[in-house]
Design a protein around this ligand. Structure first.
Ligand SMILES: Nc1ncnc2c1ncn2[C@@H]1O[C@H](COP(=O)(O)OP(=O)(O)OP(=O)(O)O)[C@@H](O)[C@H]1O
Length: 239
């Protein structure tokens, strides 16, 4: 199984993320206000100020948050009508890998993700070994997960999501807790994935690796462009 093979170009029509006039109201607050997007690109970054609605946008994509108006379709599945299919299709990586790592050792944690996949012990072992090899964690397979570095923990969390074979990977500020070296390493590996990848980030170097950058402000997408112009628009807005 190849986890980190670079593939260029766009997905065919049925492998896109489509948001149609999406509104999200949480409590008294209109967190997203009329977001319409058609996302066929394989590498998408989302940037914006604190509290602008980026995490909410990310969580819409795997059905963790449902729209209060409009619709979200991910690779043909409506998140409101077809939640189980959406959860199978979309892997989600959080900021803090400690919140996602469950089992004591590295290999056990990756294997845990496959517990309900009807695979034999040998098949699980093979998949886990291949996945760890590709992220460079093979030599750590029997190490206690809590002793890994921050960057290695984030790669482990990522591997435990990817080993199940999602079509889409959504990562919500996956490098916020990492130093510069690990930020670059995790960022590069994310953009090299075969999956369609959506990364919410405050790191503009990571965002620059996307094909398309969405700038979110006060619940709306206010710029949507290639990284150069989109990040320039974001910088002007924050100045
Ligand atoms: N369950 C909730 N109830 C009420 N308001 C909420 C809820 N969840 C989030 N919000 C509010 O919605 C707004 C957007 O939150 P969100 O987490 O999507 O922003 P963000 O752009 O990801 O911010 P950050 O960069 O700080 O992570 C914030 O003002 C937040 O306080």
């Amino acid at each position: 199984m190849r986890l980190f093979t670079r593939r260029t170009g766009q997905h065919p029509v049925d492998e896109r993320i489509v948001l149609d006039d999406v509104h999200v109201r949480l409590g008294e607050r209109d967190v997203l206000r009329g977001v319409t997007l058609d996302l066929p690109e394989r590498r998408i970054a989302v940037v914006g100020a604190n509290g602008s609605g980026k995490s909410t946008l990310a969580r819409l994509l795997n059905g963790l948050v449902l729209p209060t108006g409009g619709s979200v379709r991910v690779h043909g599945h409506d998140t409101a009508d077809d939640g189980a299919a959406v959860r199978r299709a979309v892997g989600f990586v959080f900021t803090d890998p400690d919140a996602q790592i469950i089992m004591p050792t590295v290999a056990e944690d990756v294997a845990y993700s496959l517990r309900r996949h009807g695979l034999s012990r040998a098949e699980v072992d093979d998949r886990v070994a291949a996945a760890l090899d590709q992220v460079g964690l093979a030599e750590h397979r029997d190490h206690p997960a809590h002793l890994l570095s921050g960057g290695q923990k984030q790669l482990l969390a990522l591997t435990s999501v990817l080993v199940t074979g999602p079509a889409v990977l959504v990562a919500d500020e996956p490098t916020t807790l990492l130093d510069l070296r690990n930020t670059r390493d995790v960022g590069r590996r994310l953009w090299d994935l075969d999956q369609q990848v959506v990364v919410v980030t405050h790191d503009l170097d990571v965002a620059a690796g996307a094909q398309r950058v969405l700038v979110v402000d006060e619940g709306r997408v206010v710029a949507d462009d290639a990284p150069g112009p989109a990040l320039a628009a974001y910088r002007r807005r924050m100045a």
